[in-house]
Design a protein around this ligand. Structure first.
Ligand SMILES: NC(=O)c1ccc[n+]([C@@H]2O[C@H](COP(=O)([O-])OP(=O)(O)OC[C@H]3O[C@@H](n4cnc5c(N)ncnc54)[C@H](O)[C@@H]3O)[C@@H](O)[C@H]2O)c1
Length: 345
């Protein structure tokens, strides 16, 4: 077990650990004297040892609802869990979001460890304290800020992850490379393409650490997302969410939509002469190198604009796009409809 770093979010401190093999995760969790409830889904249940107390949720976004939260809380209650006892999420971003939300409200907050098992959850969902469930068709409408005490990364869990889900996570890693304050992650992605796609464990360990350091940089300056700094992490997401909406959330994978959104943000930046052309060229080449389908043309542009408007209404704020100036430097900007239409069609 190696401690990678600690991250301070307001009064909370999250320690991020890495372990080489799956059994070491449970060795670490079992060190605490408290009771432990694991939360998993059907896919990750297969990796979890049989003898551990667990709640098994449905796979995927369908589980992000009140029923799952109540289920977790009732099992904890029936086993006499107190505030010092621990919920451990063992799964992707969905399991982490639900388990963390349940932990944040069980007895006004019990101990929480996250063990992310998708690339997306490792580099994004597990760090930063956001918990959530969906309500009706609205994603992440209900939630709290509740950073985990511990995040345990075990690249070995990624061995069973589908290529599709792995690629999804790479979209977020590429986003972090563009937002990084230094060139390390971008250079690493460019030179280690083959090994990253092969999920080489040594290369993965470096990739996870470098990617998480970028997230740490932004969240620590804006723990509760009130200062606009965390908004940088929405790079590609405003365009991407609208694309997912016009595709009924099924046509485009999230990572693919975000990667396309980053491309659109770069194109806007070039048109407005905000983005450094040599940075844009390098960033676009990186997206292509990692095989993101960049040939998507939006045919129903009115539906796309309507999706952007509903995003804006939901946030009851001005819809701001993250437009890069150069690596690690960005502006948050409202965009005219005319320029949006120019880049999407
Ligand atoms: N809290 C945050 O800051 C934050 C940030 C980004 C995303 N999210 C949330 O994360 C969710 C998306 O996360 P995701 O992409 O990990 O999706 P997910 O949790 O649905 O996992 C994707 C699929 O992979 C399966 N899976 C997970 N680990 C596996 C493994 N090791 N082997 C085989 N299969 C495995 C899951 O069962 C699921 O079918 C969304 O709900 C999103 O809102 C939260």
């Amino acid at each position: 077990m190696k401690t990678l770093f600690t991250s301070s979010l307001g009064a909370h401190v999250t320690t991020v650990y890495t372990v080489e093999t799956i059994p070491l995760i449970f060795d670490h969790v079992n060190k605490s004297k408290s009771k432990v409830l694991y939360v998993c889904d059907a896919h990750t249940a297969a990796i979890l040892p049989d003898n551990l107390l667990r709640v098994e949720l449905l796979n995927g976004e369908d589980a992000k609802n009140w029923d799952s939260v109540e289920h977790i809380i009732r099992v904890a209650q029936s086993h006499g869990f107190g505030r010092d006892d621990r919920f451990v999420a063992f799964g992707g971003g969905v399991v982490c979001d639900i388990c963390a939300f349940a932990a944040s409200i069980y007895m006004r907050g019990c101990a929480l460890t996250l063990v992310p098992t998708t690339l997306l959850a490792m580099v994004d969902a597990a760090l930063g304290g956001k918990t959530a469930i969906d309500l009706g068709n609205t994603k992440n409408l209900v939630g709290t800020f509740y950073p985990a005490e511990a995040v345990i990364l075990c690249p070995q869990t990624l061995e069973t992850l589908s290529g599709h889900e792995y690629h999804n996570g790479l979209g977020e890693v590429l986003k972090h490379a563009l937002l990084a304050q230094d060139d390390d992650l971008m250079g690493f992605l460019e030179t280690n393409h083959e090994l990253i796609l092969a999920r080489d464990s040594t290369v993965l360990a470096t990739l996870l650490e470098a990617s998480l350091h970028v997230k740490k940089y932004y969240i620590e300056q804006d723990a509760l997302e009130q200062k606009g700094v965390r908004d940088a992490l929405n790079l590609g997401h405003t365009f991407g969410h609208a694309l997912e909406s016009v595709g009924n959330l099924t046509l485009y994978a999230h990572g693919e939509a975000v990667a396309w959104g980053m491309r659109k943000a770069l194109e806007v930046g070039l048109l407005l002469e905000i983005t450094d052309p040599s940075f844009a060229k390098r960033a676009l080449a990186l997206l292509e190198q990692y095989g993101f389908n960049q040939e998507i043309t939006v045919t129903n542009t009115q539906q796309f604009i309507a999706a952007l408007q509903s995003d804006k209404k939901r946030r009851s704020a001005m819809l701001r796009f993250v437009i890069m100036e150069q690596q690690g430097h960005y502006r948050l900007m409202a965009l005219d409809e005319e320029i949006i239409l120019r880049v999407i069609s």
